[in-house]
Design a protein around this ligand. Structure first.
Ligand code: CA
Ligand code: CA
Length: 329
């Protein structure tokens, strides 16, 4: 109740004092390629398996507004969020930063119905501030969100940063109901800075973020097909054959043999052929690699292979082994 009053008072009061800041100046560093999206379905098709933060674990009542101290992340424990309520890997702040709610809060959590919000959304709390999203964990190549503004619809400016600084900037509609905007980059995205001109506040809902890469395909290996268990002498100067088994979901002929790496040493494939080694009717890929180059350790119980399909999909496989010849010097 008092929080709601404070939000309204702060925004209107501060808005009178603070002039709208100029839009950020975009500056490209290096040669990052950014692809922008305005349709969530198209974005998700291009960048599957993203985590989504929808703020629905927030503690604001329906129709209410709460001031929230920043930064907000998975560790935050505040009147707005309990620890663990926000997904790991993302942090929300405003720019410039403000105090920790000693007098005011830099962020605000809107409940469903507040200012027309369709569900809980997080916004910055001062006219002219930027809403800032950082990804401390790294490895984020795709980010999308419903951009939200209150008081009126507007045009947001979104500045995208990587490790070396700003890698691009664009504009997109932001509305009280939320308007989707997304980006994919060919280098890790570390930060988004979102601003809206005029006496307005800006934030996001349904923030999707992640590597944007399809999941790794896990395959089964049959080391030394035809022998069970699969004895390997790590000191052997020869080659070891391994069958990469096809399955209903995976066609071993789609492996890019140049990408394959066996064992801790990452041995390359030196020869491959296609035979159905397990009699399931699906041809398997039989690859030979240098046993020495694989650096298998005495006592290892499994062999791991990594690689990619010709289409670029990551592959990982393991199969049991039994090391032999390790006892004699
Ligand atoms: Ca929400
Ligand atoms: Ca087979």
């Amino acid at each position: 109740m008092s929080s709601a009053t404070r939000f309204a008072a702060v925004v209107s009061l501060v808005g009178l004092i603070m002039a709208a800041r100029p839009a950020p100046h975009a500056r490209s560093v290096g040669a990052a390629t950014l692809t922008f999206f305005t349709d969530r379905a198209a974005f998700q098709a291009s960048a599957p398996n993203l985590a989504v933060e929808d703020f629905e674990q927030g503690k604001v009542p329906t129709g209410g507004v709460m001031g929230c101290p920043g930064p907000i992340d998975a560790a935050t424990s505040s009147p707005c969020f309990s620890a663990g309520a926000i997904r790991p890997g993302v942090q929300f702040t405003s720019s410039p930063a403000h105090d920790r709610c000693v007098t005011t809060c830099e962020l605000a959590l809107l409940g469903r119905g507040a200012f027309g919000a369709p569900s809980m959304v997080l916004v910055e709390n001062f006219f002219g501030d930027a809403f800032v999203i950082t990804f401390p964990g790294g490895n984020i190549a795709a980010v999308g969100a419903d951009l939200v503004t209150y008081f009126r619809n507007g045009t947001c400016t979104i500045e995208v940063s990587g490790a070396k600084g700003v890698i691009g900037s664009t504009t997109a509609p932001c509305t009280s109901l939320g308007s989707f905007w997304g980006v994919k980059a060919d280098e890790p995205i570390t930060r988004l800075k979102i601003t809206v001109p005029g006496n307005n506040v800006v934030g996001v809902d349904n923030l999707a973020f992640g590597t944007g890469a399809p999941p790794t395909i896990h395959v089964a290996l049959d080391v030394k097909p035809g022998s069970d268990p699969s004895p390997i002498n790590p000191r052997s100067q020869g080659v070891t054959p391994v069958a990469v088994l096809s399955s209903a979901d995976f066609d071993a002929s789609q492996m890019d043999e140049a990408s394959m790496a066996f064992g801790p040493g990452g041995a390359s494939a030196v020869h491959e052929s296609y035979i159905d080694v397990n009699g399931d009717g699906r041809p398997d890929m039989v690859v030979h690699f240098s046993t020495q180059a694989a650096r298998i350790g005495c006592g290892d119980t499994q062999l791991t292979m990594t690689g990619r399909t010709v289409a670029g999909r990551k592959i990982e496989g393991t199969g049991p082994i039994q090391t032999v010849g390790c006892t004699n010097p």
